[in-house]
Design a protein around this ligand. Structure first.
Ligand code: G3H
Ligand code: 13P
Ligand code: ZN
Length: 323
C-alpha cells in the first residue's frame, strides 16, 4: 500500500471547502502522457491554482498504471522544487468498479470517482457505499454520480442524457457518504456537446436543476463533467490543417463562470486540452514537412496547452492566485 500522503498529495476535502467559500471551482484536468502532465503542473504552479490530476481507466491502460502513478509522484517533486504550495489531488476519473477504485487507492490516489450512474438507483447506492467505506478508511475522497451524461464516458457510451433528479440527491448523499456529487445538467463528454448550425447559440445549461440540487443539499460540493468549451480557435486551426471537425461545440465560458460561483467545486476538462495539442501538432507538421523530432511539435503543443490552462484558471474557473 502506497498512501497518497506519503507522496505529498491531498484529498479534495480542504480544496472543495476553500472553493465553496471563495466562489470558484477547482480544475480537474485529464492526463495521459508526459507533455500533458508538464503543461498542467507548470500552468497551475504559474497561476497558483489548486489542481486535480485526473486519470481515466483508458489513461491507465494507455500509459501503464505504474508509470502514471510515478509521473504524478514526480510532479509533486517538481512542485516542491519550484517552491510552490499548490495542493494536488490524484483522482480516478469514471471508476466503474469497486476493484478499480481499491487498486487506485492502494497505489497512491487521493480521490476516486465511482460512476454508478448507468446502474439502477439502488445498485448505484450500494456500489458507491461500498467504495466510500473502503476509501474513507484511508482518508481518500469519493465522487459519485447521479444522472447520465450523453456521449462517451470512458468506454461506456450513452446515446441520450437524462438530467439528475433533484429529488434523489439528498437520499443518495446520505446513504452513500460521498464527498462530492457529479450531476447532469446538459453537458456531455467530447467535442460535440450540442447540435447547432454555424453561428447558432448553444442551449443554456439547466441551472434550474442545479439550483434545485443546491436547495436540497446546501453547501455540498457539486462536480461538472463534460465542461470543455470546445475552443473554436483550435477547432479552426485543426480544420485549416487537414482535420475535419464539423459542428464541434462546447459549454460557453460565461456559463462555466456562473457554475464556478455556485456549489460547483470541480470542473472537468479533457477535450479542450486534446484540441489544443492536436491543433498545434497538425499546424507544425503541415508547415514543416521535413520535421521528425517529436520535441519540435510536442514541445510547442505542450506550451500552448499550458497557456490554455492558465487562461482557464484565471478567466473561467477563478481558481488562480489562491495559494
Ligand atoms: O470522461 C472522459 C474523459 O474525457 C476521459 O476520456 O476515457 O478517453 O481517457 P478517456
Ligand atoms: P470534456 O470532454 O468536456 O472535456 O469532459 C471531460 C470530463 O468530464 C472528464 O471526466
Ligand atoms: Zn467525465
Amino acid at each position: 500500500m502506497v498512501h497518497y500522503k506519503d507522496l505529498g498529495l491531498s484529498n479534495t476535502r480542504d480544496m472543495f471547502k476553500k472553493a465553496m467559500d471563495g466562489g470558484y471551482a477547482v480544475p480537474a484536468y485529464n492526463f495521459n502522457n508526459l507533455e500533458q502532465l508538464q503543461a498542467i503542473i507548470n500552468g497551475c504552479i504559474e497561476s497558483r491554482s489548486p489542481v486535480i490530476l485526473q486519470v481515466s481507466k483508458g489513461a491507465r491502460s494507455y500509459a501503464n498504471q505504474t508509470l502514471l502513478r510515478y509521473m504524478a509522484q514526480g510532479a509533486m517533486e517538481v512542485i516542491k522544487e519550484a517552491g510552490s504550495k499548490i495542493p494536488v489531488a490524484l483522482h480516478l476519473d469514471h471508476g466503474d468498479s469497486y476493484d478499480l477504485c481499491v487498486s487506485c487507492i492502494e497505489t497512491g490516489f487521493s480521490s476516486v470517482m465511482i460512476d454508478g450512474s448507468a446502474h439502477p438507483y439502488d445498485e448505484n447506492v450500494a456500489l458507491t457505499r461500498k467504495v466510500v467505506d473502503y476509501a474513507h478508511k484511508h482518508d481518500v475522497s469519493v465522487e459519485g454520480e447521479l444522472g447520465v451524461l450523453a456521449g462517451i464516458e470512458d468506454e461506456v457510451s450513452h446515446a441520450k442524457s437524462h438530467y439528475t433528479n433533484p429529488e434523489e440527491v439528498e437520499d443518495f448523499v446520505k446513504k452513500t457518504g460521498v464527498d462530492s456529487l457529479a450531476i447532469s445538467i446538459g453537458t456531455s463528454h467530447g467535442a460535440y456537446k450540442f447540435k447547432v448550425k454555424p453561428g447558432e447559440e448553444v442551449p443554456p445549461l439547466r441551472f434550474d436543476v442545479l439550483e434545485e440540487v443546491e436547495k436540497r443539499i446546501p453547501g455540498f460540493p457539486i462536480v461538472l463533467h463534460g465542461a470543455s468549451s470546445v475552443l473554436q480557435e483550435y477547432v479552426e486551426i485543426i480544420n485549416a490543417n487537414g482535420g475535419r471537425l464539423e459542428g464541434a461545440a462546447g459549454v460557453p465560458a460565461e456559463q462555466l463562470r456562473r457554475a464556478a460561483k455556485s456549489a460547483v467545486c470541480k470542473i472537468n476538462i479533457d477535450s479542450d486540452g486534446r484540441l489544443v495539442v492536436t491543433a498545434l501538432i497538425r499546424k507544425i507538421l503541415k508547415e514543416n514537412p521535413g520535421e521528425f523530432d517529436p520535441r519540435k511539435y510536442l514541445g510547442p503543443a505542450r506550451d500552448e496547452l499550458k497557456k490554455m490552462i492558465i487562461a482557464k484558471n484565471r478567466e473561467v474557473l477563478g481558481s488562480a492566485d489562491r495559494y
